[in-house]
Design a protein around this ligand. Sequence first.
Ligand SMILES: [Zn+2]
Ligand SMILES: [Zn+2]
Length: 175
Amino acid sequence: MARASPEQMILLEQLRKDVLEVMHGLEDLVSFDLNIVSEVGLGLLRKSSTQRHGVTRWTRSTEGIQLETVDLHPVLLEPDWNDYARFVLFHEFLHAIGLRSHNQTFRWHEALWPDSVGPTRGVEFTDYMRMKRAKWFWVCSQCEKRYPRQRAGKGKYQCRTCRCRLEDVPIVDER
Ligand SMILES: [Zn+2]
Ligand SMILES: [Zn+2]
């Protein structure tokens, strides 16, 4: 977990407010204690995390399991990602209020989120993160698709479409 700056905390709190407002309006959530999510500490994931976009952290002790924090990816605080950020936070808040695993019940509640675009942007966000951090393109000589990556592929990978061996092109040289 990375420490949030005061500016980032303001954005996180705004997201919490927006998401809670939606959750309070969802009839199917009336049996859950939403105070849990108005009170839980919010934090940020490390910038380097590309696969995880949000996480709900728990601590285990002899008394059982306790909710600790909900962390979001810091790049989700960029205005362009607001709709996805809200959905990710909603997803984590569902964990926080007691739907701990990704089972059918969880997915059913997750589908209550009223915005239809935000929830579809996960892959786009992962690609965006990869692009931001990439030092290499793995390039397909057949279809010219470029895969942004942090490491050189050293000829070990093939194109998802054509199955051709991908060649390394350093990104610095192309700018
Ligand atoms: Zn989850
Ligand atoms: Zn290809």
